[in-house]
Design a protein around this ligand. Sequence first.
Ligand code: NAD
Ligand code: UD1
Length: 345
Amino acid sequence: MSILRGMNVLVTGGAGYIGSHTVIELLNAKHDAIMIDNFSNSDPEVMFRIAKITGQKPKIYDGDVQDKTLLNKIFQENRIDAVIHLAGLKSVGESVKEPLAYYRNNIDCTLSLLEVLKENSVRQLIFSSSATVYGQPEALPLTETSRVGIGITNPYGRTKYMIEEILNDLLVSDPEWAIISLRYFNPIGAHESGLIGENPKDIPNNLLPYISQVAVGKLDKLKVFGNDYDTPDGTGVRDYIHVVDLAKGHVAALEQFKASDKVDVFNLGTGKGSSVMDVIQAYEKACGKTIPYEVVGRRPGDIASYYADVSKATAELNWQAQKTLEEACADSWRWQSKNPDGYAK
Ligand code: NAD
Ligand code: UD1
């Protein structure tokens, strides 16, 4: 049922970190991207950067994915074959403080989008999920059939789990839909041009953007959240995937839609775990500086270790992450050092 080349793809949240890299890979693969974003966590400058990298200026609608009138207008004005749904709020800590805002935004965006897709007879959707749906892992590596939903520690993570459940219910009611859920592990890095990258509005919560702001001198030192975990060096282990590899995973998924009464789930990771100390070392090598750090107590809700089994994506999407942690750190540093204040001029 999928069209192999030249799909018109609506990318919600397309101006964000993962969305902007995904749009570039869609264009590189000769698909067309139409974007919607309300810029609540992104900057319109990204559009100029995408144009500079690709030589193309994708159409963008400035608005909210909860707005069904706007969504219908987009479907009337464009022939859309499939949707990649990335729009959502993603800060774990903020979701604990503002749970209603997170449930409202993330769930409502998805429901509005699904209703409008149904009204417009577009039934191919890729959803941005997260390894966070696995909660507390029973065993490693995590496979797509590992237990989900138990031990998720925050409202953000629960929105991802709930949306996957909503999508499954929809497929049971109407198997004409083809829905893929991509469970991202830890996306890091930036486009190799150094023109686009992660642009946190506040002090970053995640490891890589925090380290890169230490490297560029905006933050004093990294706090390492615990070195007494049951891991090789005692610090937390994660599966860090280069954002360009992740973006290519979306293009690969787009070419594999199949109708089913179940959401087709894929882990997007590298299959390899790296510790906080491994990341510090890789970043030091990339930027040629020492990253000052101190070890502090564990962060509440943190899990010692998780990494992906990526064999399903390799076999069925013919996709594999190519870039190393060192390359991701080098690309992150190129972006950060060229744009110390992100997109702000
Ligand atoms: P991001 O914040 O950079 O991008 C999300 C984009 O969605 C932003 O541009 C924001 O302005 C937009 N947006 C939010 N709510 C909207 C709304 N109601 N209407 C229109 N636009 C809206 O985040 P990202 O890192 O690019 O993440 C993209 C998706 O991937 C999110 O759904 C996120 O939860 C998911 N994800 C991210 C990670 C990660 O570590 N970055 C990991 C797993 C899953
Ligand atoms: C966090 C979220 C997760 C989300 C993911 C990607 C929590 C509890 N989990 O996961 O839901 O899907 O981001 O957005 O917030 N670390 C430090 N010092 C820091 C920051 C992080 O030592 O300043 C350590 C952490 O303890 C962890 C590793 O670095 O071991 C990675 O942390 P982070 O980048 O926040 O990602 P996750 O914990 O995987």
